[in-house]
Design a protein around this ligand. Sequence first.
Ligand code: PSU
Ligand code: MN
Length: 302
Amino acid sequence: MIRIREDIKKALDNNQAVVALESTIISHGMPYPKNVETAKKCQSIIEKQGVKAATVAIINGDIVVGLNDDEIEYIANKKVEVLKVSRKDIPIAINRKMSGALTVSATMAICQMVGIKFFATGGIGGVHKGASESFDISCDLEEFSKSKVAVVSAGAKAILDLEKTMEYLETKGVLVLGYNTDELPAFYSRKSGIKLEYNAKSPEEIASICKTKWELGLDGGVFIANPIPEKYSYPKEEIESAIDEAIKEMNHLGIKGKKTTPYLLQKICEITDNKSLEVNMELVFNNCDLAAKVAKAYYKGE
Ligand code: PSU
Ligand code: MN
């Protein structure tokens, strides 16, 4: 059921650094063809550092670890139906021979199955605004208590209730490490006003903390919060008004469940005249760069 690209399999067997990349961000998070451009650039940022990049998706019922260019195009161009696959959807996509793009939760679960320890994304899912009524909490959060993977993310998406997201992670015993920041980054911007307990100063320190945790047998993931570089950071007030407008429109249309996040990202793009898309791309690139450095540091000592 799992097809691992030959060079990635070899790297895993030889204890060499591999960084996984998710695919929902490609098929449901960004418009074509910018999504293809982003997916390829993410891979090359990682590979330039001598680290293997493994983009993960389900292609016609097979879990593929390490998509090739044709497979990236296939899930990106919207010519076929591509299911948004979270942990719960994996067996359905396989049994029905569907193609699926994997969210953070599903990608982490597959990383755990094949032994990939590092993974870069844009922003993880979390507790949605209004969750006390809607109960909408991404299963990404729950996954951090299950899979042994360190995920580099630009905080949680600013469309979320970040305070409740942090509380949820704390309840689940998830270690959150800021990278050179004392504050949780808010995806499009560097600041959220929410203090972090731990600020890790280098990729080596992050790698060493992960190693300690897993050597002790403390299962589950590590959430590495990496702020977008200053020069790309979106002015907080501007992006907040775009988010509020998008949420209002979503509620008006009655959009719920797994359609929520893709709708909001696309609507914010529209409201900001694609500026949010450029920012989203830059923060993902920045996360790929850090994930590769941490993976390299981790395997140096192996
Ligand atoms: N980061 C991005 N864009 C995205 C996502 C992350 O920059 O589209 C995706 C991830 O796949 C994440 C998902 O797991 O959004 C969260 O979806 P939900 O809120 O339905 O759990
Ligand atoms: Mn949800």
